[in-house]
Design a protein around this ligand. Sequence first.
Ligand SMILES: Nc1ncnc2c1ncn2[C@@H]1O[C@H](COP(=O)(O)OP(=O)(O)O)[C@@H](O)[C@H]1O
Ligand SMILES: [Mg+2]
Length: 426
Amino acid sequence: MLYFNNVVRFRKWKVFLILGLFSLALGLKVVLKTLRVTAAQLTDLRKCPACYGLSICGAILNNEIVIRHRGVYATFANLFNAKNVFFGNYAGEKVVLKKLAHTSELYAFDKMLCTDSKLFELCPNNSNKKSVPRAIDFYTQITRELTTDFASDNISNLRLCPITDHMDDLLYNVYANSGNDKKQISHAYLWTILRINPEPVVLQILPTEDGWPVPKYYGACGRVIVEEYVGPPLSNYHQEPWIRRAKIASSLLEAAQKFTYRSPHFGFYLTDISPDNIAVDPKDNAKFIDMENIIVVDKRIQQNNRTSDWEELEVNKVDFTCQNCLAFSPVDICSHHFSDHNYYAVCQLDLLFQHLLSRTTSSNAIPGGLLHDIPNDILQQYPNLPTLIEQCAIPSAAHTRIVVGDLLREVLNEIVLENTRQILRH
Ligand SMILES: Nc1ncnc2c1ncn2[C@@H]1O[C@H](COP(=O)(O)OP(=O)(O)O)[C@@H](O)[C@H]1O
Ligand SMILES: [Mg+2]
C-alpha cells in the first residue's frame, strides 16, 4: 500500500513538473513574441512628413513584411539593434529593413526639428503639426543639403558638384517614384532622407533594374526603408576558392567602371567602400549595400565653370600612413571630369590588394587582398596577374590604374570563363 501511495505521489509530482515546465515554456514564448520587433513598430509614422515616405506602408501595415527572429538571441539582438538594420521576408524574397541611422542620431534629428524655429512645423511633438508643412522651402533646403561646404560638419553625405544646375535631372527617378504625393510632401521626404542618410535616394537614382550593382529598393514607410537582401558580406569570402574570388573581383572592377563612366551625365564616386559595405549575391556578383556616402560629379558643365585641369584625370594617391582607410579629396574629385577614385577604392583598399603595408614595411605577413594565393597553374598561364593587381593598387603613371583595372577585369573574366568551360567538359 505504501509502495502504491509512493508511486502515485511520484507520478503526481512528475505531472506537476511537466505541467510547470510546459507553462514556463509557453510563458517564455509569449514573452518572446511580445518582445519581437515588428516591421510596423519600426515605422514611427507619427514623425511624418519628416520621414522617408509612405510607398511601402500598405505591405508593412498588412503584415506582408515580416522580420526574421531566429531564436532567443535574435529577438534580443533585434531589441537592442544599435545599427537599426533588420532582416526580413517580403513576398517570398529576403529583404533588409533599415531605419537609416542609429537611435541617438534620429533622436538628435527630432530634437533639432523641435528647437529650430524654422523647422518647428515638422516637430513630432508640435500639437499644431499640419500634414503638409507650408512655411518651409524644401527645394532650397535640398539644394543646400547637396552642396554644403565640404569642410562643414553637418553635411549631407550625398554631394552634387561642381554645379547643381542638373539637380532635378539627377533626382528624376525619385520624383517619378513619388506618384501622387503632393510636391511639398515629396520634397519633405527627400529633404529628411538627405539629412539623415541618402541611401534610398541613391538606390532610386541608380536602380538595380537598370543594371547598377546595388540592392533593389522596395520603398519606405515612415522612418524605415525596405531593400533587397543581397547576400553575405564580402568579408565572408576571404577563404573561398580562388576562382570564386576572381569572379567577385571582376564584378567589383565592373562596378568601378560603371559608377565612373556608365552615365554620360554624372560620375558616381563611392567614398565609404569597405568589405562590410559590399555584399555578394548568389551569382557571385558584388553589390554595394551601404550607399550613404557618395559624391556625384556633374559631367556637363559649361566651359566657364571648369577648372583649368577639369579635363585631366584626377588620380588618387596612395596614402601609406593610412592603413584600411579611404584617402581621398572631395575637392579634387569635384574639380575633374573623371577620377580614378572608384578603381583606387576597389584595388587598393582591402579588396583586391589588401595589406600593402604589411608586405612592404612590416614583418606581419598577412595574406593580401581578395585575390590572395593565386593558384600556380593560373599564375603560369597568366604570369602578369600579380603585376596587374599591383598596378591597379599603386599605378606607376596617371591613367594606368584605370587601364590596368579594365585589363585585369578582362583577364579575370577569361580565367573564370575557361574554368567554367573545363567544368562543363568534365
Ligand atoms: N541590402 C543588404 N543585403 C545584405 N546585407 C545587408 C544589406 N544592407 C545591409 N546589410 C548588412 O547589414 C550591415 C549594416 O548595414 P549598413 O547599411 O552598412 O549600415 P551602417 O551604415 O550602420 O554600416 C552590413 O554591413 C551588411 O552586413
Ligand atoms: Mg556599413
